[in-house]
Write a protein that binds this ligand. Structure first.
Ligand code: V47
Length: 376
């Protein structure tokens, strides 16, 4: 297994990081205070070296990607997230809801040949009940049996269960029986209730997100997890968020479940949404984005994979992120909407060749994976 050539301390310029580096080398867990130190230290490269050493220990120089397709079945949303530019209210000329036929027709287009993962998250549309999803998943599995169905944020699952008049468990059971295989990590935003109230008033709280993720884990459905950063939150809110994810993963793992597969830091995109109209919030910077990747790798010692999500931080920076703790570039994505509606300037998709070149030039070995990180 690859390792850094020198003892970790030799890569640090901030003495405050030395005790943390010793813990990282000994495989010891970092604390809440350590998390704050990581956010406040000026030594970005030192933090990156620590995160990279963990990444090398876990994955060597392997860097994963998936040939994936994003699709949102509706943008109609009755929840009001101030950071979201994707949502539309009924009557808005942008509002849409796709039928199963629309989705199948879309996936039959030549640009989707070879897609292995269908990642679907959407608005909260009261017209879509469990029967819609059962029919959709069954038909997708018949038409595209080899495409993995990764659908619903935890908040969507809670919403669609409630409007279907079902418990979340009953809703999940029916969706799994119809073909649902895993869930993406969105909707977590920031767990702190005060910040949550200011960026997504009325959205279900952290407890619902975490309990729904725990339920998925117990049912053997792996999920991802995310954190939306770079808006009005502070260092302590991010540490709190990451440690709540770590705690849940401890519980899922202790009970023998796979739990979270990957964590994805989501850089706030600051255009065309209410939060950016009412607050002055600058775009996140490269240093900030790299630090989020590295801090996540260091604090989330029980989550196997950290993604550098090129859609939100640019392909070039995501590539550098592979040497700051990340081991996964997510994927081809093909038709991303949520970040692009909020001002992302990145392409809406990358080819397999683009991803492999980015990975190779970062000094890593590209591996095309499936949703469970099995390599093709
Ligand atoms: O749920 C919405 C967030 C999420 C904005 O699981 C925003 O593999 C930034 O969850 N700026 C969707 N973020 C993206 C997502 C995701 C991405 C990549 C991989 C995976 C995975 C999941 O994006 C939403 C919300 O939390 N979001 N608006 C915005 N303006």
């Amino acid at each position: 297994m690859d390792a850094l050539a020198l003892p970790l301390e030799r890569y640090l310029s901030d003495p405050a990081l030395v005790p943390l580096a010793r813990k990282v080398e000994a495989g010891e867990r970092l604390t809440w205070e350590d998390g704050l130190t990581l956010y406040r230290s000026p030594d970005l490269n030192g933090i990156g070296a620590m995160a990279h050493s963990v990444r090398l220990r876990l994955h060597g120089r392997k860097a994963y990607y998936v040939v994936s397709r994003r699709l949102s079945y509706t943008n109609i949303c009755y929840t009001h997230c101030q950071f979201c530019a994707f949502q539309a209210k009924p009557g808005d000329p942008r509002a849409y809801a796709l039928s199963a036929d629309d989705i199948i027709r879309e996936l039959e287009k030549p640009e989707n040949a070879g897609v292995r993962e269908l990642h679907m998250t959407s608005g909260h549309n009261p017209k879509l009940k469990v029967e819609y999803f059962e029919d959709l998943f069954r038909r997708l599995k018949v038409r595209f049996p080899s495409i993995h169905l990764k659908v619903f944020t935890m908040i969507e699952m809670d919403y669609y269960a409630r409007i279907s008049g079902l418990s979340t468990e009953a809703f999940l059971d029916r969706c799994v029986a119809a073909g649902l295989e895993s869930c993406p990590g969105g909707g977590a935003e920031i767990f702190d209730p005060e910040i949550r109230e200011r960026i997504c008033v009325g959205k279900k709280d952290a407890r619902i997100w975490l309990d729904t993720a725990a339920l998925c884990h117990r049912k053997g459905i792996p999920t991802n997890c995310t954190m939306l950063y770079g808006h009005i939150e502070e260092d302590r809110h991010r540490v709190d968020h990451l440690l709540q994810l770590r705690e849940l993963q401890d519980r899922s793992r202790a009970a023998g479940y796979q739990g979270f597969l990957a964590f994805i830091p989501l850089a706030y995109q600051n255009e065309d949404n209410e939060l950016s109209r009412t607050h002055t919030i600058h775009e996140t910077t490269g240093a900030r984005d790299l630090r989020e990747i590295a801090v996540a790798r260091l604090l989330l010692d029980n989550i196997p994979h950290i993604k550098a999500y090129w859609v939100m931080i640019t392909p070039g920076l995501a590539q550098v992120g592979l040497n700051y703790g990340a081991d996964d570039l997510d994927g081809t994505v093909i038709a991303e909407e949520i970040a692009h509606d909020a001002g992302a300037k990145t392409p809406q998709g990358l080819s397999r060749q683009d991803l492999e070149r980015l990975i190779r030039e970062a000094g890593c070995e590209p591996l095309e994976r499936d949703n469970l990180y099995r390599v093709y």
